[in-house]
Design a protein around this ligand. Structure first.
Ligand code: IDP
Ligand code: MG
Length: 136
């Protein structure tokens, strides 16, 4: 039984800055994801604050929002079987130092804050996050 899902992926400013966009997109393609929609945008700090609202109470919230709005990002609507979980697996742990071999964060991440990619963490949040960037 297939379980086709959609999830949000973001290629973060540190990766765009280092020109890793095509390499990271090919990781998704190699791993069976279809990129249904994508756009390169530069969001404001206010938009980043809205997007990361769940982290409002965290000590790193302000830096996180400054960072996500510090340069262009690529937002993508990804589709495959179990896309939410499979994308989290492909990304690896939040901290690239402990991310598993072969994961995007292990390969390309610089640090816990500059970890190259975002991915939705649940089906419910995927819907909310996709709506945030791709309201039709
Ligand atoms: P995730 O991106 O793996 O889902 P979250 O816990 O949702 O991780 O955190 C969102 C983002 O906030 C992370 O990707 C990372 O960039 C940043 N972050 C998380 N924990 C820390 C921290 O302890 N210090 C600095 N930045 C952090
Ligand atoms: Mg998260």
């Amino acid at each position: 039984m297939s379980n086709l899902e959609e999830t949000l992926s973001i290629i973060k400013p540190d990766a765009i800055e280092r020109n890793l966009q095509d390499q990271i997109k090919s990781e998704f393609n190699k791993n069976g994801f279809k990129i249904l929609e994508e756009k390169k945008i530069h969001i404001s700090k206010g938009e980043a604050e809205k997007f990361y609202k769940v982290h409002e109470s965290k000590p790193f919230y302000n830096d996180l929002c400054s960072y996500l709005s510090s340069g262009p990002i690529v937002v993508m609507k990804l589709q495959r079987d179990n896309a939410v979980l499979e994308n989290r697996k492909l990304m690896g742990a939040t901290d690239p130092r402990v991310a598993e071999e072969g994961t995007i964060r292990k390969k390309y991440g610089i640090s816990i804050d500059k970890n190259s990619v975002h991915g939705s963490d649940s089906i419910e949040n995927a819907k909310i996050e996709l709506e945030f960037f791709f309201k039709d």
